[in-house]
Design a protein around this ligand. Structure first.
Ligand SMILES: [Zn+2]
Length: 70
């Protein structure tokens, strides 16, 4: 199991690029690893977390609504 984390350390998730120098930002970091410019707020882990919750809760609410009111 530990090799999975080792792989993640070697190949960190990089979704967004720096606006200043277009260096690929390591996901979850607050600033660019190359020029230390402030990273986009979308690169924050909390955003991904909230998005994940939203995508999980929303279809569930639709399902519940359809189950109860039909
Ligand atoms: Zn940068």
């Amino acid at each position: 199991m530990s090799h999975v984390f080792e792989e993640m350390e070697k190949n960190p998730v990089r979704i967004f690029a720096c606006k200043n120098c277009s260096h690929r930002l390591r996901f979850g970091s607050n600033s660019c690893g190359a020029c230390y410019a402030k990273a986009t707020i979308l690169n924050r882990r909390i955003i991904a977390f909230l998005l994940l919750i939203f995508l999980t809760i929303f279809p569930f609410l639709i399902f519940v609504t359809l189950t109860i009111f039909t």
